[in-house]
Structures are given as C-alpha cells and as structure tokens.
Design a protein. Structure first.
Length: 224
C-alpha cells in the first residue's frame, strides 16, 4: 500500500487553512488506496539545530525530540505533502526549524525515490516565493517535486466548503499518486541532484574522519 505523509507548518492547528488543503490532498490519496499520516509541526517538540555537526558523524540527530519521528514517517513513505502559510514572505519559523535539521538527510540524499508536493497559503503576498523555497527544499533531499498548490487568499480564516481550492488539492493528490505509481522521472531535477552529489562527494571526501557516518554511507552506496 502506498504511504503519504502530510506536514503542516502553520501553528493554527484545526483552524489552519493550509492544513485544510494538505488534508484534502491526503483525503484524495486515501480514497485512492493510500495510507496517510499527518503532522502539525507547530504542535510537536522540534528544537532548532544547535550546529553540533554530530548528525554527519553518527547518522542521526543528537537531540531527543519529535524531529526523528517525522523523518522516520517520511522514510517509510512514498510521498510527502509539505505546506506552510506565508509568514513575512517565507515559510513559518516552525517549519524552517525542522528543515534546518535536515543536514545529514540532504548530504545523503535520503529521500531519493520519493515524491513531494507543496502547498502554500497567504494573505496575497509571498506565496509563490514560499512555494519555490519548499519545492527547492524537497528537491534537495533527493525527492522529486511533482506539483504545487499556491493560494493568496485575501480574507482570513478557514476555507468555505465548496472552495475551488479543494478541487485543486484533489488534482495535486492525483499528480502525486500518478508520479509514485508510474515512478515518474523529472530529468531536470535528477540532473540538478547529480550536480549536487558531485559537490557533496568532494565535501564528504574532505571530511572522512569528521563526518564518519556520511563518509561510510557514501562508500556503501558506491558514490565515492
Ligand atoms: C505572523 C504572520 C505573518 C504573515 N505574513 C504574511 C506575509 O508575509 N504575506 C502574506 O500574504 N500573508 C501573511 N500572513 C497571512 C497568512 O499567510 C495567511 O493568513 C495564511 O493563509 C494563514 O494560513 P493558516 O490558516 O494555515 O495558518 C501572515 C500571518 C501571520 C500570522
């Protein structure tokens, strides 16, 4: 059974319209046979990166909180729906805090073979830039980003039943399911990731002792 993870960066919980849209994408995938899990990052204990560099050496984050729970969820999944409201023209601090912890995941391209879609909502400014950033963040992990739902909604509060955005969310769910089932390849994204791997090969090769876990992982993969 396919598994899809939803991640929401809004602190509004059940009052979040970003969450409404992420959940609609998940509902679509569930009604088409997928298993889903949802995380409200702001409701979890996710501490900021303390720049200890231990993840590169030991292969996991030293801090004990909910960060790893989300990672484990994604590692066990085929797809991810990542969303955030726009705060000061970017993703929320809560979501960025989690993204900052992805150092080892990015260096080792741990989400490679998975697919992601992006959801952003705003009051009308910064939603495209925020979606661009989340799309980039997905691609940096090794996953391929297959689509996005970008909405600048002038009024406040939850989306009304019947909003056309729910149809867009269903469409995004379909795009995600199709990409996973067909194992779609997006050549530009793969090329970009290969270039990034060239840079990481150099960086990790230079830090054989310091980044021991990553070095061994790269060797086992035959990338060095
Ligand atoms: C602290 C804060 C900063 C915000 N910054 C922006 C912004 O830069 N641009 C914008 O269009 N809307 C901004 N908004 C509005 C939210 O992006 C918008 O209401 C969003 O849809 C809320 O999503 P949510 O219901 O999922 O939390 C901001 C809201 C808050 C609370």
């Amino acid at each position: 059974m396919l598994k899809i993870i939803g991640l929401n960066g809004s602190p509004r919980g059940s009052q979040s319209r970003t969450r409404q849209l992420i959940e609609q994408v998940l509902n679509y995938t569930r009604s088409n046979g997928a298993e889903t899990e949802f995380y409200d990052i702001a409701k979890l204990d996710v501490k900021p990166c303390i720049a200890c560099d231990r993840c590169h050496k030991i292969g996991s984050c030293f801090q004990k909180d909910d960060y790893q729970r989300i990672i484990d969820g994604i590692l066990s999944a085929d797809g991810i729906v990542i969303g955030s409201p726009v705060y000061n023209y970017q993703v929320t601090a809560q979501l960025k805090t989690w993204l900052d912890r992805l150092g080892m995941i990015i260096h080792c391209q741990m989400f490679s073979g998975k697919y992601g879609v992006v959801v952003t909502t705003s009051g009308g400014a910064g939603e495209t830039e925020t979606a661009d950033y989340l799309d980039f963040a997905v691609r940096r992990t090794g996953a391929q980003c297959v689509g996005r739902l970008v909405s600048g909604i002038e009024n406040d509060g939850l989306l009304e039943k019947g909003s056309p955005l729910f149809d867009e969310a269903n469409k995004l769910g379909r795009q995600l399911m199709d990409a996973i089932k067909e194992k779609k390849v997006f050549p530009r994204q793969i090329e970009e990731q290969e270039q990034l791997k060239g840079f990481f090969a150099y960086m990790i090769g230079q830090r054989k002792e310091k980044w021991e876990w990553e070095y061994n992982y790269w060797q086992q993969k035959g990338w060095l």
